[in-house]
Design a protein around this ligand. Structure first.
Ligand code: SME
Length: 167
């Protein structure tokens, strides 16, 4: 396993292209999910310097009465400021990506109805669902302090990175 991350200069696409083999190296031979989610969060955060990079995991709800099928998103490994710990299905960007089982790019968080502002510094966001056996099992959430930071290049490469994870 590689222990140091080589930080890449260049276009966003070049950065992702050279980061992915390094992420593969970090994941190689390690089966612990939390360890792998932690290192993927750290590698993305180190390379891109986003405000917040991390995972929410679909878990049994602590308040079954008001959640769908007794599940909710619970905060997992991340890099960045402290964040809200639980998100209900359909709520915020994360809960919407979960409910719709698709990646959501938000160029301006203030224009996304129901956006959950864990940090007032966040201006744009991308949330990528992790789907296994036709079920969303987690989401990768990335927040930036700059508006309009994420596009289909991020979507393509983040979805590829997510596909490397064994849940
Ligand atoms: N903004 C997210 C909540 C999670 S934090 O950004 C880390 C949302 O609207 O779902």
């Amino acid at each position: 396993m590689a222990e140091d991350l080589l930080i890449i200069q260049g276009t966003k696409e070049e950065q992702y292209r050279q980061l992915i083999p390094q992420i593969k190296g970090l994941l190689e031979g390690e089966s612990d999910l939390i360890a792998n989610l932690a290192n993927v969060s750290a590698a993305l955060s180190e390379q891109f310097g986003w405000l917040w990079t991390g995972f929410y995991l679909v878990k049994p709800s602590s308040a079954k009465a008001f959640t769908d099928k007794g599940e909710e998103l619970v905060l997992g490994p991340f890099q960045g400021p402290v964040a809200c710990t639980r998100i209900r299905k359909g709520k915020g960007v994360c809960g919407t990506a979960w409910a719709e089982a698709k990646t959501i790019i938000v160029p301006d968080v203030e224009l996304f109805p129901g956006h959950i502002a864990c940090s007032s510094l966040s201006r744009s966001e991308i949330v990528v669902p992790v789907i296994r056996n036709n079920k969303v099992v987690a989401v990768l959430d990335v927040d930036s302090e700059a508006p309009d930071q994420f596009d289909t290049t991020d979507q393509t490469f983040l979805e590829e990175i997510i596909s490397l994870l064994e849940f």
